[in-house]
Write a protein that binds this ligand. Structure first.
Ligand code: DAK
Length: 277
């Protein structure tokens, strides 16, 4: 699960071996019987997701989905945090036209399309795209340190990987609106009472309990498990349209000065000053 890495001139760590061009080494997998464990492995940046990492995650998920020896996926973050969202520093220079031509960050949605059961194991921050990744999963197990939030508004932007669609489904419109419009995160207890979590597990036991849960699912009949997931996860007709609209609105915000100011302010560790344009 370890990846020898070096630091590039841009400050992003890269694998020092010679993996395929597009492989970052920031998404690792390991197998335990029929359970596949996916680890977001960039703890120095709280597992923030770069464009290349999103592509790698998508590739991994697609490969596991068609692997008959895998019955359940488990996704976790290396270190103290699940994932602090998309990499804000990488996003600063991204221009609006490129968001459209490159369908910017669309790969992050692949986990939400996986037809096999997926369990999220959350410690620490699950913010922005990290919260959205957890929302794409079928179950979320969290420890007491977990916090879930959609802070994009503070960056002058908005959720783009399903947060505006799946969070209201999970916890209701009123609470989701407050979270997305203020950026205020929920702690584990609030997330549990809001119905976001399968359960809270003491930190020292989280990985083992998640593995036990994933193993019990993976050992069941795969066709039955996939059929059950499909039936329970059936969503109102609007989800596909909603996800598309959200993504395009998210891309459109890359044309605003406020989005750039918000992201620059984060990277410069100061408060953003928005001009509302
Ligand atoms: N991006 C880049 N670097 C990050 C980062 C992020 N999201 N989060 C943390 N880091 C870096 C910090 O800059 C810091 O780096 P150095 O200063 O050491 O170089 C290092 O990780 C440690 O972070 P902190 O020093 O900030 O640690 P703290 O414990 O003080 O604070 C925190 C933890 C989680 C509260 C804080 O790091 C934080 O607020 N992070 C940003 C959270 C956030 O705003 N996330 C939303 C990002 S926007 C889409 C798909 C996805 C998305 C959009 C569209 N499509 C499908 C279209 C997603 C968008 C987002 O997620």
């Amino acid at each position: 699960m370890t990846n020898p890495r070096e630091t590039s001139p841009s400050g992003n760590a890269r694998p020092e071996s010679t993996p395929p061009e597009t492989e970052t080494g920031f998404v690792t997998t390991r197998r335990e019987g029929r359970v596949a464990v996916i680890t977001l492995n960039r703890p120095e940046a709280l597992n923030a997701i770069t464009i290349a990492m999103a592509a790698e995650l998508a590739r991994v998920v697609r490969a596991l989905e068609v692997d008959d020896s895998v019955g359940c996926l488990l996704i976790r973050g290396e270190g103290r945090h699940f994932c602090a969202g998309a990499d804000i520093k990488e996003a600063i220079p991204v221009a609006f036209p490129r968001t459209l031509t490159g369908n910017y960050l669309a790969d992050l949605g692949t986990l939400g399309e996986c037809r096999k059961p997926v369990v999220a194991v959350v410690s620490g921050a699950a913010l922005g795209g990290g919260c959205e990744l957890a929302l794409m999963c079928d179950m979320i197990l969290a420890d007491e340190t977990a916090r879930f939030g959609l802070p994009e508004i503070r960056l002058g932007t908005m959720p783009g990987a399903g947060g505006t669609q799946r969070l209201p489904q999970a916890i209701g419109k009123a609470r989701a609106m407050e979270m997305a419009l203020t950026g205020r995160p929920m702690d584990a207890a609030e997330a549990q009472s809001a119905g976001l979590l399968t359960r809270i597990v003491p930190a020292g036991r989280l990985q083992d309990e998640a593995m036990a849960l994933a193993r019990s699912i993976a050992e069941a009949s795969l066709p039955a498990a996939m059929a059950i997931k499909e039936a329970i996860a059936v969503t109102p007709d609007g989800l596909t349209q909603g996800l598309r609209l959200e993504r395009r609105l998210f891309h459109a915000l890359y044309a605003t000065a406020d989005r750039r100011e918000g992201m620059e302010a984060f990277s410069e560790k100061r408060t953003a000053v928005f001009q509302h344009k």
